[in-house]
Each structure stands twice: as structure tokens, then as C-alpha cells.
Ligand binder design. Structure first.
Ligand code: IMP
Length: 204
């Protein structure tokens, strides 16, 4: 069975990719299972650049295909901030960043609290081939956290399509609607090609 290393230490992302790719004949390996600790400087200015940097670094280090994810929150009233800085711009914990975001938006009315989650998944091979796929989901930033599911900014991200916060959705609902679910479905044909599970029909 083909192995793919999941190029992230984020437990929330890992859990979601495990579910999103559960039906594929592939073993998803965590970096520490291979004794790997890869430190990638996320020096890119876009989600795509950072996803590619991470996927290539892990694929080379592991000697097997790697699936990386760079994702984040873009808030319209903040000109797209925190964007690629979503994981690091304030405090060490998710709760610190959620509180800092709510403070920044304190005086912003509901009508101007539009936001989107963006995810770029990158699949790289040790030889240096890489493909990317993106997904987004539209929403609004709530005035206070709601729900206990998911991770990161999920409790303050109101999913317009669902009428609930991302953290109020069951895991399979989140995966159906989320930026990561969409990116995973878009990258799936590339994983299948790697596994050769859907080979082209034999010549006539
Ligand atoms: P990355 O590891 O640089 O891609 O950081 C992504 C950051 O964006 C995470 O640490 C979260 O703060 C945020 N983020 C990405 N995806 C999600 C999600 O599905 N829910 C909530 N927050 C997310």
C-alpha cells in the first residue's frame, strides 16, 4: 500500500485529512512515525507558496509523497488579515488569537464582518513534482465564540451556508462545507493518479 506523509503537526488538520481521505487505499503517515522533524520556514507570501514549500520539504525528507496544507482566515474589514499569518500573529493558543481577532473587530457591525477560510493543499513527490488544489468557504465573524468542535477560529466563524458556526458543525458537516474539504476533494484525483487506483482504460 502506498504511503503518504501528512506534512503538518496541527492535530486539527490531521484529523480532518484522515477522515477526508479515509476511503482511499493509502496509509497516511505522521512525520513523527518516521522519526522526522522537519522545520519549514513559511517564507511565502501566499497560501500556495507555503503549501508547496512544506510539501516539498517533507517529501524530500521522508522519501515518500507528502500532502501539505496551508490555510487561514481572511477578514474583509481587516483587508484580508490575518491571511497567511493566521497561525502566528497573536498569542500562542487558538483562544488567544480568537480573542485578539474579536478585539480588533469590536466596533465592526455584522454587515461588515464578512470573512473566508482559504486552504491550499499541496501534494509533492520526493522527485520534486508538486500539484496544488484550493478550497474556500464564505462566512462572517461572530461577536463571541459558539460551539466546541473543530479548531482554530472555528468557534467565531459563522458559516452562511449552514446557519451555524464552524465549531457547531459535526465533523462530517464541517468536512462537507469547509475550505479543507473542498481542497481535499480537488486534490483527490492527483492522489488517485499517484496510487494508480483509477488507471486509464486499456487500449482498444
Ligand atoms: P498554517 O499551519 O500556517 O496553515 O496555519 C493555519 C492556521 O489558520 C491555523 O492554525 C488556524 O489558526 C487557521 N485555520 C486554518 N484552517 C482552519 C480551520 O479549519 N478552522 C479554524 N481555523 C483554521
Amino acid at each position: 500500500m502506498v504511503q503518504i506523509v501528512i506534512a503538518t503537526g496541527n492535530p486539527g488538520k490531521r484529523r480532518e485529512y484522515r477522515a477526508l481521505l479515509a476511503d482511499l487505499p493509502v496509509v497516511l503517515v505522521m512525520p513523527e512515525e518516521l522519526g522526522l522533524s522537519v522545520n519549514v520556514e513559511e517564507s511565502g507570501t501566499t497560501f500556495e507558496e507555503n503549501a508547496v514549500l512544506k510539501a516539498l520539504a517533507y517529501a524530500r525528507a521522508a522519501g515518500m509523497p507528502a500532502l501539505a496544507d496551508d490555510s487561514g482566515l481572511e477578514v474583509e474589514a481587516l483587508g484580508g488579515f490575518p491571511g497567511v499569518h493566521s497561525a502566528r500573529w497573536s498569542g500562542p493558543t487558538d483562544a488567544d488569537r480568537v480573542n485578539a481577532l474579536l478585539a480588533k473587530l469590536e466596533d465592526v457591525p455584522w454587515a461588515r464582518r464578512g470573512a473566508r477560510f482559504v486552504c491550499v493543499a499541496a501534494l509533492a513527490t520526493p522527485a520534486g513534482d508538486v500539484v496544488t488544489a484550493a478550497g474556500t468557504v464564505e462566512g462572517r465573524i461572530l461577536f463571541a465564540p459558539r460551539g466546541r468542535g473543530g479548531f482554530g477560529y472555528d468557534p467565531v466563524f459563522y458559516v452562511v451556508e449552514a446557519g451555524r458556526s464552524m465549531a457547531e458543525l459535526a465533523p462530517d458537516e464541517k468536512n462537507r462545507l469547509s475550505h479543507r474539504g473542498r481542497a481535499a476533494r480537488a486534490v483527490r484525483p492527483h492522489i488517485e493518479a499517484l496510487l494508480n487506483v483509477n488507471p486509464p482504460p486499456p487500449p482498444a
